[in-house]
Design a protein around this ligand. Structure first.
Ligand code: NAD
Length: 479
């Protein structure tokens, strides 16, 4: 039994509701509308059997729809043994607020399957996934116009490709079938940059935060991301990409990595790619050279660092450890890593928290681009790229002609020329759209954070921005 088990805390869903209530108390919504936005519209539970290894195994899955103020609704599908209705509903609610905050035109949803994917081989997982997808598809809980899943913990491109294929087998004449799920591999209707999108979004969020010296000072920090000591929990899809980009591109130091089997620590900075390769080869971080290893992973959450990035599970910072957390800045790459009680303690201590609904919104943002790409049946940049290059070539040619005619001796550097002449392809456009989204959403939050005397933290600001948008949608519909 851990210390956490002995302290009674609200469930994940109750925790999300408490944070919602704190924000909504500062708004002037009618109690009826407030309640309509808070509650989860529906949760479907399915139990299905699959014949595997000579016996029938029964699995339990969920798909929860929190809000349909915009359709389709959107949210990932998680594979983990701990999946339950409460968790799926909490995650669906966060999706509603997240989509509203980053202006992705979706309602909120989430799904989950109680399974440890590591216990099954690839073929078995395909059978299980296709059967789960079948159950959801026949109830329109996977559908390009109504409900569009994406990857989450324990799922990735592979599972999304199986689900999309299952949908197409069951809806052979739906020309928009590929848009029924996002996060697909590039050769099955996916989009460049989706795999790393959530981690990339975490990087863009931190870059934007560090553009405002007064915000950085609120976290008792100064300067830029360069040299900042970062501890990451969970080196999966989100944690790995965030840590990789922040260390390789922004000069931050990844001084700690917490995984299932303990934690690695090195004040000089860990090689993120090398740690990931070690995990892939050995199944965990244990035995990794060039770092000290501790078997009790979660205590590294309490170590000295500049930025803490929980990127694994919910509830890891809770009443049992919140008062020992030293990081002055926490960015919630995972959903719900800080419980409502811990959030109170950390705010009291002056810790700045960049909230989940904003911090990990990069995934749904690029999923939105993928969905649009699937509906338009054309890759981004296909029509414009060469036209853009030709126009840039005109400018370069003209500058070179002027220089030669007037004897000015100007020389355009080859590096500039190459970069300027290259038209934007899909990956550049996706990154540009993601960066723009993360900047705009941060600015909307900080505007509320700094302009209202009754708002003291970014989470409340994020809720205020997103609840306002959801409320406006409901009002516009005449509810
Ligand atoms: P993932 O399955 O790719 O990675 C999770 C990682 O956490 C794995 O490396 C796993 O070993 C590690 N982990 C599991 N239990 C742990 C523990 N007790 N202690 C330390 N590490 C542990 O999952 P992911 O897609 O990276 O998702 C992580 C979080 O980010 C989740 O909260 C998810 O909801 C959220 N999220 C993911 C996406 C996405 O696009 N994948 C988008 C938004 C939010």
């Amino acid at each position: 039994m851990t210390a956490h088990d002995t302290i009674k805390e609200p469930s994940f869903r109750e925790s999300v509701d408490l944070m919602f209530n704190r924000a909504v108390a500062l708004m002037d919504l009618s109690p009826g509308l407030e309640e309509k936005i808070r509650v989860c519209n529906a949760t479907y539970t399915v139990r299905f059997g699959v014949r595997l290894r000579g016996a029938i195994h029964t699995f339990t899955g969920y798909r929860s729809v929190h809000s349909e103020h915009m359709e389709p609704v959107k949210g990932g599908i998680r594979y983990a043994l701990a999946v339950n209705q409460d968790e799926v509903e909490a995650l669906a609610a966060l999706m509603t607020y997240k989509c509203a905050l980053v202006e992705a035109p979706f309602g909120g949803s989430k799904g989950g399957l109680c399974i440890d994917p590591r216990e099954w081989d690839e073929h078995e997982l395909e059978l299980i996934t296709r059967r789960f997808a079948y159950e959801l598809i026949k109830r329109d809980l996977i559908n390009p116009a109504q409900n569009v899943p994406a990857p989450d913990m324990g799922t990735g491109e592979r599972e999304m490709a199986w689900m999309a294929d299952q949908y197409k087998r069951m809806n052979t004449t739906d020309i928009n079938g590929a848009a029924c799920v996002t996060g697909k591999p590039p050769n099955s209707g996916g989009i460049a940059g989706r795999v790393e999108a959530t981690g990339r979004g975490v990087q863009y969020a931190l870059q934007e935060f560090f553009r405002y010296p007064e915000d950085v000072a609120a976290a008792n920090l100064s300067g830029s991301l360069k040299g900042k000591r970062i501890i990451v929990q969970g080196l999966g899809n989100v944690g790995f990409h965030a840590a990789k980009f922040l260390s390789e591109e922004d000069g931050a130091l990844i001084t700690g990595i917490i995984e299932r089997d303990g934690a690695l620590h090195n004040e000089k900075g860990l090689d993120v790619e090398a740690v990931r390769a070690w995990i892939v080869k050995h199944g965990g971080i244990t035995g990794y050279p060039d770092a000290s290893h501790q078997a009790d992973g979660p205590t590294l959450l309490e170590a000295e660092c500049d930025i803490l990035i929980p990127a694994a599970l919910e509830g890891v910072i809770n009443l049992s450890n919140a008062d020992r957390i030293k990081a002055p800045l926490i960015i919630e790459a995972a959903n719900g890593p800080i419980t409502a009680g811990a959030d109170d303690i950390l705010r009291e201590k002056g810790c700045v928290i960049i909230p989940d609904m904003y911090a990990n919104a990069g995934g749904v943002t690029v999923s939105y681009f993928e969905w649009v790409k699937n509906l338009s049946h054309i890759r981004f940049g296909r029509m414009q790229r060469r036209a853009e290059e030709s126009r840039h070539q005109l400018v370069v040619d003209e500058l070179e002609r002027l220089s030669a005619d007037k004897g000015l001796g100007w020389e355009i550097s080859p590096n500039f020329k190459e970069r300027y002449l290259r038209g934007a392809g899909e990956l550049e456009l996706v990154r540009s759209g993601l960066d723009d989204t993360m900047r705009a959403a941060y600015q909307a939050m900080r505007e509320v954070w700094h302009s209202r005397d009754d708002v003291h933290d970014l989470r409340t600001a994020a809720y205020l921005v997103s609840i306002r948008k959801v409320a406006d949608s409901y009002r516009a519909k005449g509810l």
